[in-house]
Design a protein around this ligand. Structure first.
Ligand SMILES: Nc1ncnc2c1ncn2[C@@H]1O[C@H](COP(=O)(O)OP(=O)(O)OP(=O)(O)O)[C@@H](O)[C@H]1O
Length: 251
């Protein structure tokens, strides 16, 4: 369970251009929840994920994951439990390293020293078998540089890396925004399949109304760094795209 208690993040504090990106925000996310987050540009969605992952430090408030306080831990320590997939497929992986070496790096994330991830051969075989399951024909390319892959292929592999590493929380920040519609659909279907299979807890930011209505079991709207709406699955299931568009015309 992720608990966010009265978290505040202000940029340019006490300056004329002060921005309260997160305003005393409190939110509890149960293990296994798949939470979709929508909100206008600048409403604080990414800042919320940055504060959870430790890329940004909150000014005030408390964060706990499964009862453990994580608010003071650096991002690399939190990355053992918290994985992120960004809008830009180039972010989060090393383009010059091979696919298998990127999986190796991901497996070492959050560990201070060398950790046992099996011998080279065992590890490579395991990666190959998992990559085969994606059905993208990438299993024979695992020694090729990550940078040669398409955006959709990279996002799919990044998702796979996160689930292979037993993370507790997956933060998706518009993971399909840079993809063509077909690749976007494929990546979201894969994400959905992996999330169900591994019962991941997920915070999924999207500007795509169709994705917001199709996926997830809870829907949160952020506005001005606060939670404006928080809908259960039942409430979400009866929403129509028009309702969502109207939310965005309110402010
Ligand atoms: N590093 C930063 N320095 C200064 N201001 C920032 C920084 N990061 C975010 N902000 C500001 O904080 C507010 C919230 O930004 P944030 O990126 O969280 O919004 P968002 O809801 O993710 O927006 P978008 O949908 O455009 O990605 C915005 O006004 C933004 O300009």
């Amino acid at each position: 369970m992720l608990n966010i208690q009265q978290v505040t993040k202000t940029f340019f504090l006490n300056k004329p251009n002060e921005i309260k990106a997160l305003d005393n925000l409190t939110l509890t996310i149960n293990s296994g929840d798949f939470v979709v987050i929508v909100g206008a540009n600048g409403s604080g969605k990414s800042t919320l994920q940055h504060v959870i992952s430790g890329n940004l430090e909150a000014d005030a408030g408390a964060l706990t994951l499964d009862g453990q306080s994580i608010g003071n831990l650096p991002d690399y320590k939190r990355s053992k439990w918290i994985a992120r997939v960004f809008q830009n497929p180039l972010q989060g992986t090393a383009p010059d390293l091979s696919i298998v070496d990127n999986f190796r790096l991901a497996a070492l994330r959050g560990e201070r020293k060398k950790v046992k991830i099996g011998t080279d051969q065992v590890f490579t075989h395991r990666v190959q078998e998992q990559v085969r399951l994606l059905g993208m024909g990438l299993e024979d390319k695992i020694h090729q540089p990550m940078g040669l892959l398409s955006g959709g292929q990279r996002q799919a592999l990044t998702l796979l890396m996160t689930v292979m590493n037993d993370v507790k929380l997956l933060l998706l920040d518009e993971p399909t925004a840079a993809l063509d519609p077909r690749s976007a659909k494929k990546v979201m279907e894969l994400a959905h399949e992996l999330i169900q299979k591994y019962r991941l807890t997920v915070l999924f930011i999207t500007h795509n109304m169709k994705e917001a209505l199709t996926y997830g079991d809870r829907l949160i709207q952020l506005a001005n760094g606060r939670i404006k709406r928080d809908l259960t699955k039942r409430e979400k299931d009866i929403l129509k795209p028009q309702d969502l568009y109207e939310w965005f015309n309110e402010d």
